[in-house]
Design a protein around this ligand. Structure first.
Ligand code: SPV
Ligand code: MG
Length: 431
């Protein structure tokens, strides 16, 4: 008997999936590939039920003979293993980032004489509603909050990009690329104090208060589902920080990173060019301890950011602080540097990992930007934050447009580099 293979990534079955199965069973024995969690998060959306449960769900469906785990978005490995006579898929993958995967499947099938069957993609009010419900579920605080910890468990390295508005949130949420037959996207968002302040035309000195920062987070949350890491600056007074932790948890923020500085905070990238005071270990540890005490969920993370390398206090100081802050209850450590050379960051990571194999490590490669995510992961880094690149790319583009409109007394000359009105209006989802 012939075999037919199809890959599912859903956790709610609708008539589109049933239609695929109905068609498939006309050609032979049906094997369904369940896309693994690891592959799924690179592809379209985060699973809200574990892969074991998705496998069980697919097994229970009429017309399914067998279910296997597909651990890669590309079909190369699974097709080599199963060598099905047919692969069946909806025709929606002919365009968009998935087109490259389709091409790969066609090549592979051609190589051994298999065939691709494409059925018209089912899109109606009911299937669209199910898709929307699945997405909305992920935006709920109880799902969003725990997603960062889940990602740390699944991904070799979690990639976060800066967001400071609904629009930048949408870019973080929706940007997806295809490269060498794989799809990729960001895992999380970083609500940077620098970019949030800059967007409001204010300096990065904890002048933009928590109410305003919460407003920014809410704007981002309204239109996204990915987890949020808040740049909490110094955390302020411990007596205030504990209340803010509760608020952030309730909203569904996944983590707050606070830095071991006190007094008037200046941006770290100034280093010692400005006066910045590091908090002492006891006082910062007490702040962490109080916040961990106040926290109500298991999901939320309080991450301690160490400024010793920024302030040139030395590696030993950084390592001593890291151990002390973990001891005080910190759920992760962020180490920062403004050197172009990543050597001191890597040295810290290696030495930290000698004694601590598990506490998540976070880095922000703004200055040491030659290093890749894979290299950082190889040194034990769990989260890489691209902290300000969206703001730094948008700002000069807007400035140049404004200058050119002034120069030419009309907008025609700038039009070529603008996103068409048609595109910008479709960027925003309507209910
Ligand atoms: C931010 O993005 O606001 C940060 C990272 O705190 S840095 O600007 O590098 O200090
Ligand atoms: Mg900051």
């Amino acid at each position: 008997m012939k075999t037919v293979y199809t890959c599912f990534c859903t956790e709610m079955i609708h008539e589109g999936h049933r239609n695929i199965l109905r068609h498939a069973s006309q050609y032979g024995r049906v094997i369904v590939g369940a896309l693994s969690d690891r592959a799924l998060i690179r592809y379209n959306r985060f699973p809200s039920i574990p892969q074991e449960d998705r496998i069980k769900l697919y097994r229970s469906l009429e017309g399914v003979d067998n279910v296997v785990l597909q651990d890669d978005m590309g079909y190369e490995d699974v097709l080599s293993l199963i060598r099905p006579d047919y692969v069946i898929h909806g025709d929606n993958w002919k365009t968009g980032p998935e087109a490259a995967i389709r091409e790969q499947v066609l090549q592979k099938l051609k190589a051994y004489g298999g065939e691709l069957i494409e059925v018209p993609y089912t899109s109606n009010a009911h299937t669209r509603k199910i898709d929307r419900q699945l997405r909305e579920k992920l935006a709920m605080p109880e799902y969003r909050r725990k997603r960062l910890r889940q990602l740390i468990g699944i991904c070799p390295v979690v990639k976060a990009i800066e967001a400071h508005s609904g629009l930048t949130g949408l870019i973080a949420e929706k940007t997806i690329i295809e490269q060498d037959g794989q799809l990729d996207q960001f895992d999380a968002m970083w609500v940077s104090s620098l970019c949030d302040s800059t967007a409001k035309g204010k300096p990065d000195i904890e002048l933009v208060d928590m109410s305003s920062r919460l407003r920014t987070i809410d704007d981002i949350m309204e239109v996204t589902t990915k987890p949020i890491i808040l740049d909490g600056d110094t955390g302020g007074m411990a007596e205030h920080f504990i209340y803010n932790v509760r608020t952030l948890e309730r909203m569904g923020v996944s983590a707050v990173i606070i830095e071991d500085k006190k007094g008037l905070k200046k941006n770290s990238l100034f280093g010692n060019d400005v006066i910045q005071t590091q908090d002492d270990i006891e006082s910062f540890s007490a702040k962490i301890r109080a916040a961990k005490q106040a926290q109500l969920t298991e999901d939320f993370m309080i991450i301690a950011r160490i400024e010793s390398l920024i302030l040139e206090r030395g590696m030993e100081d950084a390592l001593t602080r890291a151990a002390a802050f973990v001891e005080a209850g910190a759920d992760g450590v962020m180490i920062h540097s403004r050197k172009k050379d990543p050597a001191e960051i890597l040295d810290f990571c290696d030495r930290f990992r000698k004694t601590d194999k598990t506490t998540p490590l976070v880095v922000v490669p703004s200055s040491f930007n030659t290093i890749t995510e894979a290299e950082l992961a190889a040194h034990g880094v769990n989260i890489v934050i691209y902290a300000n690149q969206l703001t730094r790319s948008a700002f000069p583009a807007m400035q140049k447009t404004a200058e050119d409109i002034l120069r030419f007394h009309r907008a025609k000359e700038v039009d070529d580099r603008l996103m068409p009105i048609k595109e910008i209006i479709t960027l925003i989802d309507e209910l």
